[in-house]
Design a protein around this ligand. Sequence first.
Ligand SMILES: [Zn+2]
Length: 113
Amino acid sequence: MHEMSIAMNVVEIATSQALQNEAHRINSITIDIGSLAGVMVESLEFCFASACKDTMAEGAELVINHIEARGSCRDCGEAFAAETYLTACPACGGFKIDILQGQELKIKTINVD
Ligand SMILES: [Zn+2]
């Protein structure tokens, strides 16, 4: 499952960061997830709990920052909320879009003891 490998990756990165900082346990991990990142949040939350088992992140909270996708039109420069890669520009109807944000999938902060 896609979300399981993401969850394991997040726990692995957080654990190595925590060890570098000589922490004993991870309290919470905050991640940015863009709406175009292709991640099912509910599934990720579920997988995260099991990925944390028997690690220093066991019982840690997963805090998710949802980032709404935005695009800008290459033809007219309009910036707008882009729900998909194929969202048409609301100003001119064009499909030549640069995605400005919404593809994020990264760890923002790790809270440790
Ligand atoms: Zn446009």
